[in-house]
Structures are given as structure tokens and as C-alpha cells.
Write a protein that binds this ligand. Structure first.
Ligand code: ZN
Ligand code: ZN
Length: 344
């Protein structure tokens, strides 16, 4: 597969797509019906279908009975942790093995020409991005994920969360299912913007940003506080007319859905001539530049707040202009402080 048909590679070996990243054609006025119809299959395939199907599979084979979940007990909680950990291990591990260990597509479609294993860094536990990221994923990531899942299932089992049945309210639940990714996008943008404030960035979010060149295991490599905020997206179902399966879909969208954005490749090659889009470029640019693309462009929040970078020269110029303005502001503030200091 010739990745230069789709993008360019610079002298450092970094690949970038030719086409700028597009925001989803939702929330635009006037509505673009044709664009929405063309975009719709990408909304479902392949990622959202996988996360929704995994939620159904969990409900069928993994989640304990309502009676069991009415009281907290170590047995069923440990069982859920184990299943989550095994699923994460195989799902994340498959990407890691295919792209980073066996390097089956070498650096074709890879944004950053280097592989993290080539660069040791003191920022990571044991100076290794993979070891650090894997430990954080299982020690804190899967633990907090399971804790939120257990709390929500307990709430459902005890009648504390609105639970509609699919047979009686199919249309309401279909709408909620469609909105799950939009809830995620809204929630993620808000908490992400929050943890980019200096106090929380330094103490919490910098852990995630240690992976400037993200790889699959970076997806859930976060500080525990960020894990709680991130998986807190399931708590919307405490007030939404919903169903535990849709709550699980919301959780899986966060837990398994973190991976495409951190895969580090624009397209994953399947066999000889099939390509799957990762839609990772916007979030890759966030890891590269820190102050762009707080969201994933499903809702054009970054456009509305002026932090959108689509990878084009215009996007780059807008970002540089923001940097310049901020530098000026900082310099002006510094001058004021110094002037105030000498005047006293
Ligand atoms: Zn990230
Ligand atoms: Zn960030």
C-alpha cells in the first residue's frame, strides 16, 4: 500500500494526510442533508458498532443478575474487573502487536516517524512509554472504569436510575443510543478543557500528555482523577431515560473508544488492499501541540471556541497567531508586574 497517495512524509519521516480533518456535518446551519447522509455510515462503522455490540455481549454473558448487583460484594466486582482487564488486554494488545511489535505496516500512515520504544524518557515509569502506559491502564484505568460500572449497575439494580425497556420504549432508546457518542464528545470536551487549566494540567493531565508520540497503550494512560472524570460520562444515565445496555455502550465508547484516537496511524491496513480510518489525526495534533483540538470534532466545539486545527497550513497559521497573542499578553503582564515592583 502506497501511503504517499494519501499524504506526504517529511524529512524526519513524519507522515501527514493531504486532506485536512473535517468536522462532522452536524450542528451546522443551514443543515447539510446530503453531507449528513454521506457521513452517516462513518458514524456507525466500524467503531461505534463494535462498542455497541460489546455492550450487548456484556449484558448477555458478563453482567450478573439484578439480585446479585443489589448489594456490593467482592465476587461480582472482581469478576467485572477481570473481564474488563481481559478485553482491554486483547483489544489494545491487538493494535499494539499488529502495529508496534510486529510492525506489520512498518511506518506507512504513521504520523510520527519514530516508534516510542526507540526513545527512552525519564517522564515515564521505568523510562519506558509502553511499561508506564500499560501499568497505568491496568492499575488505575480499568479499576476506575470497573468502579463506575459497578456503581451504575448497583444504581440500576436498586431502582435509582431510570430504566426503560427496549420492548416498551424502542424509539426513545434508539434516540438515546444515537446520542451516546454526542454525550461523550460534549462531556470529554468539557472535562478535557477543565484539566488543561494550569493547576489541573500540572497535577493531573500532564500524565496523559507525557505520550507526545501516542501509541495504543497511551489511550488510557491517565492520572486516576482524569480516569474518574473520563468514565464519569456514564453518570449521565442516572438522569437520562435509558437502559443499562446503553450505559454500558457509553462506558465502552469511552474505554474501548479511546484507542482509535491514540493508535498513531491514520489508517490501519487490513490484508492487501483494505484500509480502516482511525480518525486519529485531530487528537494526534492535540498530543503534538497541546492547545488545539480538545474534542474529536463530532460537535464542532473547537471551531466555536477557536481552538480547531485541521492539519492544514491555515490551521497552523491560526495556531501560531494564538501563540503570538498569548506571548504578547504574557509579556505585557510581566512588564506590568516589573513596573509595579520597581515603582514601590
Ligand atoms: Zn490523548
Ligand atoms: Zn489534553
Amino acid at each position: 500500500m502506497d501511503d504517499l497517495q494519501y499524504g506526504t512524509r517529511n524529512k524526519r519521516g513524519d507522515w501527514a494526510p493531504n486532506r485536512p480533518v473535517e468536522t462532522a456535518p452536524l450542528f451546522v446551519f443551514p443543515p447539510r442533508l446530503m453531507a449528513i447522509l454521506k457521513w452517516l455510515p462513518h458514524y456507525f462503522l466500524p467503531w461505534n458498532v463494535i462498542f455497541a455490540a460489546s455492550a450487548v455481549a456484556y449484558w448477555a454473558w458478563v453482567i450478573p443478575t439484578i439480585n446479585t448487583m443489589q448489594t456490593f460484594a467482592i465476587g461480582w466486582i472482581a469478576w467485572l474487573y477481570a473481564v474488563n482487564a481481559i478485553c482491554v488486554f486483547f483489544f489494545y494488545g491487538a493494535f499494539e502487536l499488529h502495529l508496534y511489535v510486529l510492525k506489520r505496516q512498518e511506518n506507512r500512515f504513521k504520523y510520527n516517524g519514530k516508534f516510542p520504544a526507540e526513545q527512552k524518557s525519564k517522564a515515564f515509569w521505568f523510562e519506558s512509554q509502553s511499561v508506564d502506559n500499560i501499568l497505568r491502564t491496568f492499575l488505575s484505568g480499568v479499576t476506575v472504569w470497573t468502579a463506575v460500572e459497578v456503581a451504575m449497575l448497583w444504581a440500576y439494580a436498586n431502582g435509582y436510575a431510570p430504566w426503560l425497556s427496549f420492548t416498551e420504549n424502542p424509539w426513545t432508546l434508539a434516540v438515546v443510543a444515537l446520542v451516546v457518542p454526542i454525550i461523550h464528545e460534549f462531556h470529554f470536551f468539557c472535562i478535557h478543557r477543565l484539566i488543561h487549566t494550569p493547576f489541573l494540567y500540572k497535577r493531573v493531565h500532564s500524565v496523559h500528555h507525557n505520550s507526545v508520540n501516542p501509541s495504543p497503550w497511551s489511550s488510557l494512560s491517565m492520572h486516576p482523577v482524569e480516569h474518574l472524570l473520563y468514565f464519569g460520562t456514564a453518570f449521565y444515565h442516572l438522569i437520562l431515560p435509558s437502559n443499562p445496555i446503553l450505559m454500558l455502550y457509553q462506558l465502552h465508547y469511552a474505554g474501548f473508544g479511546a484507542i482509535p484516537g491514540h493508535v498513531g496511524f491514520d489508517k490501519v491496513e487490513i490484508g492487501e488492499d483494505k484500509l480502516i480510518d482511525s480518525h486519529a489525526y485531530a487528537h494526534y495534533l492535540h498530543h503534538k501541540y497541546f492547545e488545539v483540538n480538545y474534542g474529536d470534532a463530532l460537535i464542532p466545539l473547537d471551531k466555536w471556541f477557536g481552538t480547531w486545527h485541521d492539519g492544514s497550513p491555515e490551521g497552523e497559521a491560526r495556531m501560531q497567531e494564538r501563540y503570538r497573542k498569548r506571548k504578547e499578553k504574557l509579556a505585557a503582564r510581566k512588564a506590568r508586574v516589573e513596573f509595579g515592583g520597581t515603582a514601590q
